[in-house]
Write a protein that binds this ligand. Structure first.
Ligand code: ZN
Length: 55
């Protein structure tokens, strides 16, 4: 699932892919600790959940 974040460097809306974690009791996703903005290539640290699912 894609999650929506805002780049802390250029304020762009960025979607980050969250890998589904196999578990039978809840829906969980695993995101990288940090991600690179598609627009400015700035590195952002993933904030703690809950995250906003991207449309
Ligand atoms: Zn950026």
């Amino acid at each position: 699932m894609d999650f929506a974040f805002v780049c802390g460097w250029c304020d762009s809306d960025v979607t980050v892919w969250g890998e589904p974690v196999a578990s039978w009791w809840t829906d969980k996703y695993e995101l990288p600790d940090e991600w690179e903005c598609f627009y400015c290539e700035g590195v952002n640290v993933t904030p703690p959940p809950p995250w906003t699912p991207a449309d």
